[in-house]
Write a protein that binds this ligand. Structure first.
Ligand SMILES: *Cc1c(COP(=O)(O)O)cnc(C)c1O
Length: 219
């Protein structure tokens, strides 16, 4: 199937409250424009430099989501235009986003990344660190950052029971912090391999790359 057919089909089956992020990392401008032609406007990248270049070259009504791990010294390159930063995993990073957003007189929407996988390689806060951050009161004082929700990635495995369990844990954390920060509304979980389970478990935002654009060279 073509990129266009893939994206149209994905969206047709999507519940109304779930937002699709088309993950275009490593893909060409031409591939992105193919998806764009269907009316899709939300794309996700995992490298700041690559996203910056695509933002410069492609239509300005595209909403760019940063879904990868962010180094603090790269925030300045995307502060002008990024729509949502999914992978916030430290207070230091939040402070930098706040500072850079202020220079552009913007409020940048952010998600806190939660470590739910068994693998050590995935970034993010655990439940007690999340509690600490929220109770510290600092995030409520940022003027140019808005915490909109949580993001997480399940372990890369075929074991559906494990994946579902990890996603359930993330949903439970989400419900818990929503009691403390009522403005929170986004739960970003689910990729090509597990988005159906993620939606069943309460995801409001799925990040889909290979099921739209085909497989990538490893990157
Ligand atoms: C690459 C990536 C995705 C998309 O992965 P696919 O398996 O191609 O759908 C989703 N989330 C993050 C954080 C990614 O880096």
């Amino acid at each position: 199937m073509s990129i266009q057919e893939n994206i149209v089909k994905l969206k047709k089956d999507l519940p109304e409250n779930v937002t699709l992020i088309a993950v275009s990392k490593t893909k060409s401008n031409q591939d992105i424009l193919e998806a764009y032609e269907t009316g899709h406007r939300i794309f996700g990248e995992n490298k700041v430099q690559e996203m910056l270049q695509k933002w410069e070259e492609l239509p300005k009504d595209i909403q760019w989501h940063m879904i990868g791990h962010v180094q603090r010294n790269k925030v300045k390159y995307m502060a002008e235009f990024v729509t949502l930063i999914h992978g916030v995993d430290s207070l230091k990073l939040l402070r930098e986003i706040d500072k850079q957003a202020k220079k552009h007189q913007r409020v940048i929407d952010c998600l806190l990344q939660i470590h739910i996988a068994k693998e050590d390689t995935k970034f993010g806060f655990d439940a007690s660190e999340l509690d600490q951050i929220i109770n510290s009161g600092e995030i409520q004082h940022f003027k140019n950052v808005k915490i909109c929700g949580l993001m997480g990635m399940a372990t890369f495995t075929q074991n559906e029971v494990q994946i579902r369990g990890e996603l359930k844990n993330l949903k439970a954390l989400f419900d818990d912090i929503r009691n403390k920060l009522p403005e929170i509304s986004i739960l970003s979980m689910g990729m090509s391999s597990d988005y159906k389970i993620a939606i069943e478990e309460g995801s409001t935002m799925i990040r889909i790359g290979s099921s739209i654009f085909g497989s990538r060279d490893h990157h």
